[in-house]
Design a protein around this ligand. Structure first.
Ligand SMILES: *[C@@H]1O[C@H](CO)[C@@H](O)[C@H](O)[C@H]1NC(C)=O
Ligand SMILES: *[C@@H]1O[C@H](CO)[C@@H](O)[C@H](O)[C@H]1NC(C)=O
Ligand SMILES: *[C@@H]1O[C@H](CO)[C@@H](O)[C@H](O)[C@H]1NC(C)=O
Ligand SMILES: *[C@@H]1O[C@H](CO)[C@@H](O)[C@H](O)[C@H]1NC(C)=O
Length: 727
């Protein structure tokens, strides 16, 4: 047994057990929290630490409301704006191994065809002019590997065929781009070692299993192609195990690979084996309660320092004694919240840390390891301080077929809770629910909020949307229905083929649970969600038209056949995975029939209750036509609907003027339907791009037709895990 394995035998929990102590601060005057404080642009988003530990970078709006990159000197607090595009928001940025050089991306109003730029931020030469690495229309650029050390980074571009990404090395000094992998075959799930060599590619076979390949000994590692002769099989992972199996990182010497491993257990393991030789597997950790959610590796030595398991909340397991004191300090600093190390300097002396909390926005700290001391930096939304925000309680319940599901309930901060002494003492389960703070004195108005994906999960964290809904007087129920990730492969795979069926029943069973326990008032429940959650909303409104008082569909698909027909090209390598999830293929008659039978479009005439539909015109994943056709079908049947289109957004809303308008539409709509509170809102208030394409108060008028943007779709495949951009 290796030393690593032994140490894992003495895992040490440092966080997760601490009880949370809510200290609600009363609202000034008991007023509503202004929408602006929750949905205006964050002053500190996408916060990062430079590899030398000297600089913090973040995104924030400039004086004209355009999202720019700012840097802040760690020792002197000097803050500087370093990007100067007066029109387009920055989508993301990263530091590199070359001091003073960063990379950033922008897309075209939500189309996810990211352009990639280099920026030299050395102070001698402002205003800094970005060097385009890829700004070709219709091409989706992404940094595939940045080791924070070399003068090169690896960049993926689907510049030849929209389905496949070639890989280029970009020299940060000379700006030279050279092809290192000519790809006509593999999806963009590639693994590079610490020296920027491509070592692992994978391919989905017809039966849904994933085949991993390593370079053949005969291949030229500097000029790889996707030709058969360049690759040999590494291993094959069954379709059941594949969702839990992933290469994570190479050891410092590039000889071993850490994997998240799905074989032989439901929740998965952390293993390490010699590159290309899975038979030498060593199990480092077996998950106990939920899947491993994150891994903390030393930035240069690549040793495993800690990991988290995430059931209701993340639990941290420290694997290496050298960081025990540091983690203990960070836990003690805020015992009620879970620390998250979001960045470390390459010398490991300086850490950037934040905390997961339901009733506080993200607050950032700089931890200096040699001083064992953290310095408070800033809050992502300091304007919320002093406001009473809602708590989120994780719990579990059983679906109708007995499957155990994890869920979260957020109660309005004003709702009085039952104490254990207030409930039937001979039912221990109910006493436990009361102890957890799950039972309000009176049934509440409630919003069932359905996550996207569907292969994602709801999490415990601060959310502007939850805070808004709770502040307006609604309980929020979030169910990790079957098909969700994070809870093991049985739960994940139990969703296969169950769109519109058991995945939907799980949501309804969650609602019944809330009604049965006096949490929600049956007559005052709305359903809402984005992407898959939008689909679930449309299914709910058309298949079970009496259950919900109203629904809010955000970028949801209405027809599973057209959804498959218009998948982004760079997701084509994963087409079989999508078919497996849906349980049917558009390419055969039985499959089409099955997809049709679960597509709300064909049941639109059954909708009885108010519906709000919101979509971004440039959405590459779920096309605007998914909403158009559903709204047209309602119109044909004289069913009222409000449909709001954002001309400069994609799969979700990102520009602050649009997120504010989105929130305004939603709270006004829910306010009317559930009789909750809402802050006044008028179209035009924020100069958003929102156009009302159909208005429920004018059901007889035809839908306003729009010219759909015809840019080709796209997104690095990895994006699929974030299928619904949260707000
Ligand atoms: C613990 O981490 C340190 C720093 O990476 C490393 O030198 C040491 O070998 C690690 N110990 C084990 C057992 O992995
Ligand atoms: C960045 O700009 C500075 C000042 O003009 C220059 O000295 C340096 O070489 C540049 N760095 C790179 C990587 O281009
Ligand atoms: C209290 O709970 C017990 C056990 O579940 C049940 O038998 C009993 O009927 C309940 N009493 C009331 C008043 O609901
Ligand atoms: C909206 O645009 C108008 C005209 O450009 C401007 O006067 C106004 O201040 C803007 N309002 C907001 C909230 O940005």
């Amino acid at each position: 047994m290796s030393g690593l394995l032994l140490l894992f035998g003495t895992l040490f929990i440092v966080a997760g057990a601490a009880p949370s102590t809510p200290i609600p601060v009363p609202d000034r005057n008991g007023n509503l929290i202004p929408r602006e404080l929750l949905f205006g642009d964050s002053k500190f988003a996408h916060v990062m630490l430079s590899p030398d530990g000297h600089t913090i970078g973040y995104l924030a709006p400039d004086e004209n409301g355009v999202r720019q990159i700012f840097t802040r000197c760690v020792t002197c607090s000097h803050t500087e704006k370093i990007s100067f595009d007066g029109q387009n928001n920055i989508a993301s940025f990263e530091f590199t191994g070359v001091p003073g050089v960063i990379l950033f991306t922008q897309d075209n109003d939500g189309d996810e065809n990211h352009r990639l730029y280099k920026l030299n931020i050395t102070r001698a030469s402002p205003p800094h002019r970005p060097v385009p690495i890829s700004d070709r229309p219709g091409v989706k650029a992404a940094v595939f590997k940045n080791n924070m050390r070399d003068r090169r980074v690896l960049v993926g571009l689907n510049d030849e065929n929209p389905v496949f990404h070639n890989v280029y090395a970009f020299d940060l000094y000379t700006d030279e781009l050279s092809l290192i992998f000519h790809n006509k075959r593999f999806p963009a799930r590639m693994m590079f070692d610490n020296d920027l060599n491509l070592r692992i590619v994978s391919e989905l076979s017809d039966d849904g299993s994933v085949v991993y390949y390593k370079p053949s000994p005969k291949a030229n590692p500097k000029k790889l192609t996707s030709g058969k002769e360049d690759w040999v099989e590494y291993m094959r992972v069954s379709s059941e195990d594949a969702p839990l199996t992933d290469p994570i990182a190479f050891s410092a010497d590039n000889e071993k690979v850490y994997w998240k491993w799905g074989l032989d257990s439901d929740l998965g393991q952390l293993v390490v084996h010699d590159f290309g030789r899975p038979e030498t597997n060593q199990v480092l950790y077996s998950a106990q309660k939920a899947e491993i959610a994150s891994l903390f590796l030393h930035p240069t030595e690549k040793t495993v320092l800690a990991l988290t398991e995430y059931y209701h909340k993340p639990e941290i397991f420290v694997a290496n004694q050298t960081i025990i004191e540091d983690m203990q300090y960070l836990v003690n600093l805020r015992p009620a919240d879970s620390p998250m190390v979001v960045g470390v300097s390459r010398d490991f002396h300086t850490w950037l840390v934040t905390y997961l909390s339901d009733d506080k926005p993200f607050e950032f700290y700089l931890y200096r390891r040699w001083q064992k001391k953290a310095e408070y930096l800033f809050s992502s939304r300091s304007e919320l301080s002093g406001r009473r925000l809602s708590k989120m309680v994780g719990f579990e319940f059983r679906a109708r077929d007995g499957l155990r599901l994890q869920a979260y309930l957020t109660l309005p901060p004003t709702a009085e809770r039952k104490f254990p002494a207030d409930v039937n003492g001979s039912d221990p389960q109910v006493v436990e629910y009361a102890r957890m703070g799950l039972l309000p004195e009176r049934p509440q108005k409630m919003v069932l909020l359905v996550h996207g994906g569907p292969h994602m999960r709801d999490m415990f964290e601060f959310s502007s949307l939850n805070a808004l809904l709770a502040d307006r007087g609604y309980a929020v129920l979030q169910v990790n229905f079957r098909g969700s990730t994070g809870f093991g492969k049985k739960l994940r795979n139990a969703g296969n083929g169950e769109w519109g069926r058991r995945m939907q029943y799980d949501l309804l069973d969650g609602v019944e649970f809330a009604i049965r326990h006096g949490i929600a008032d049956r007559r005052q429940i709305a359903v809402m969600g984005g992407s898959y959650g939008g689909y679930a909303t449309l299914v709910a409104m058309s298949f079970t038209p009496e259950v919900f008082a109203c629904g809010v569909d955000i970028v949801g698909p209405s027809n599973l056949i057209t959804l498959l027909e218009t998948m982004p090209p760079y997701w084509m390598g994963m087409y079989n995975e999508m078919v497996k999830s849906l349980g049917a293929d558009k390419d055969d008659d039985a499959g089409r029939q099955s997809l049709r039978s679960r597509s709300p479009l064909y049941y639109a005439s059954q909708v009885k209750r108010p519906l709000l539909v919101l979509h971004g015109a440039n959405d590459p994943r779920v096309k605007q036509a998914e909403s158009d056709q559903f709204v047209d079908e309602l119109k044909k049947n004289h069913i009222p609907v409000t449909y709001v289109l954002f001309g400069d957004e994609g799969h979700g809303f990102s520009k602050p003027q649009n997120t504010l308008a989105f929130a305004g539409f939603v709270e006004n709509f829910l306010g009317k339907c559930l009789n909750g509170a809402s802050e006044p809102f008028s179209l035009g208030q924020y100069n958003s791009s929102a156009t009302v394409i159909a208005d429920a108060s004018r059901p007889e008028e035809p839908r306003v037709s729009t010219t759909t943007t015809t840019t080709l779709p796209p997104s690095r495949f990895m994006g699929q895990r974030r299928a619904y951009a949260p707000f």
